[in-house]
Design a protein around this ligand. Structure first.
Ligand SMILES: [Zn+2]
Length: 127
């Protein structure tokens, strides 16, 4: 399995998260859906890339995990207000001690595990 249904390359060659929106009620879904959970329509607008500006909704540091995952690492939810969606993922940052709920963040998408996963990398300095 790969994540091409979640991640795609934009016109500038950057990895971006892909979402779709219901034609009838304009709700955006990530991950993309085939049926709208609001109105049960099966008609969707063309896929769209999510904005790169988000707000950290919640996060935690994982210290114990399966053997194949190197710990510690940070996971969390990021709200993307421009698309009105909340995204879950591993959060990669050089300074996890500076993460704060509610902080604005600019995210970059990195494919991992040979295209089987993705990370939300925080761009730039957090301060
Ligand atoms: Zn709908």
């Amino acid at each position: 399995m790969n994540i091409s249904y979640l991640v795609g390359m934009d016109e500038r060659g950057r990895q971006r998260l892909k979402a779709n929106a219901c034609t009838h009620c304009d709700i955006t879904f990530f991950p993309r859906r085939d049926i709208c959970t609001n109105c049960f329509s099966e008609e969707f607008l063309q896929d769209q890339f999510l904005a790169e500006e988000g707000i950290l909704h919640a996060f935690t540091t994982v210290y114990r995990s399966l053997p194949q995952f190197k710990t510690p690492y940070v996971i969390g939810y990021v709200d993307i207000p421009a698309n009105n969606v909340r995204v879950f993922g591993q959060i990669e940052t050089s300074s996890p001690e500076d993460l704060k709920v509610g902080m604005p963040m600019k995210i970059e998408i990195i494919e991992t595990d040979e295209g089987k996963g993705y990370k939300l990398k925080i761009k730039g300095d957090l301060n």
